[in-house]
Design a protein around this ligand. Structure first.
Ligand code: APR
Length: 234
């Protein structure tokens, strides 16, 4: 039984599916209804700002009618109880990990509840509608706020901190992600190179399953509390 001190957990849209938030790929996925190029690129924002702002306004509004599920709550419990290092790296832009109580976490793809001013570069908490062209609270400009979401072609957030955590990891767990998007899809390899044990918890096997020591298939609401129970009882 290897000693586990430092844990890195990667989460994707699948961990929020049972809360009622759409995933991106697979049945009813967001990218079934929209083309990424039309929505999630800087060029799309420049070409059709109303379409892009409305897409994220709708997803921001949806946050008000969903709750964290047992998977989010189990990770928050692990975060609170774990004596070693722990980092939740979420690709999700919802706030369900925070609302479940998670503290040691980072949003690699940004957050729906954050606004980024294209005039002053300031980031501010934002819960309204960008279609209304709100005023930037930092510089007072009107209509310069964009979603603080990492679009395709933009730099993901906190990569140095994440890569440092992966080099120290004894255990890497990937939850509810298809492993379709880099750099997150490559984290399992960095963890393996650091000698970490690697586990995938996902509804189905993914293209990346071959990189994991173990893959468990099923709903996150069932698998994650089970796995957290195992880790805390070690
Ligand atoms: N429990 C566990 N896993 C689930 C569940 C569930 N209830 N429902 C779906 N899944 C799995 C699917 O099998 C799929 O492998 O979650 C995964 C979701 O994959 P994607 O929809 O591709 O979402 P994600 O991996 O988070 O996408 C990564 O792509 O579009 C970008 O920036 C966006 O952060 C996103 C990134």
């Amino acid at each position: 039984m290897t000693t586990i001190r430092n844990i890195v957990i990667l989460t994707g849209a699948g961990i929020s599916a049972e809360s009622g938030l759409a995933t991106f790929r697979g049945p009813d996925g967001l990218w079934e209804a929209y083309r990424v190029e039309e929505i999630c690129t800087p060029q799309a924002l420049a070409r059709d700002p109303d379409l892009v702002l409305d897409f994220y306004d709708q997803r921001r509004r949806a946050l008000g009618s969903v709750e964290p599920n047992p998977a989010h709550r189990a990770l928050a419990e692990l975060d609170a109880a774990w004596p070693g290092e722990l980092l939740i790296v979420t690709q999700n832009v919802d706030d369900l990990h925070e609302r479940a109580g998670a503290k040691r976490m980072v949003h690699i793809h940004g957050e729906l509840l954050s606004a980024w001013c294209t005039a002053c570069e300031g980031r501010s908490r934002f819960a309204g509608a960008m279609l209304d062209r709100p005023v930037c609270p930092d510089c007072g400009c009107v209509g310069t706020l964009r979603p603080d979401i990492v679009f395709f072609g933009e730099m993901p957030y906190e990569m140095e901190m994440i890569e440092a955590a992966l080099t120290r990891a004894d255990l890497f767990v990937s939850i509810g992600t298809s492993g379709a998007v880099y750099p997150a899809a490559g984290f399992v390899r960095l963890a393996k190179a650091a000698g970490a044990r690697t586990i995938e918890l996902n509804l189905d096997r993914t293209t990346g399953s071959g990189w994991f020591d173990e893959t468990r298939t099923g709903p996150a609401g069932l698998l994650v509390p089970q796995w957290v129970g195992e880790v805390l009882r070690r």
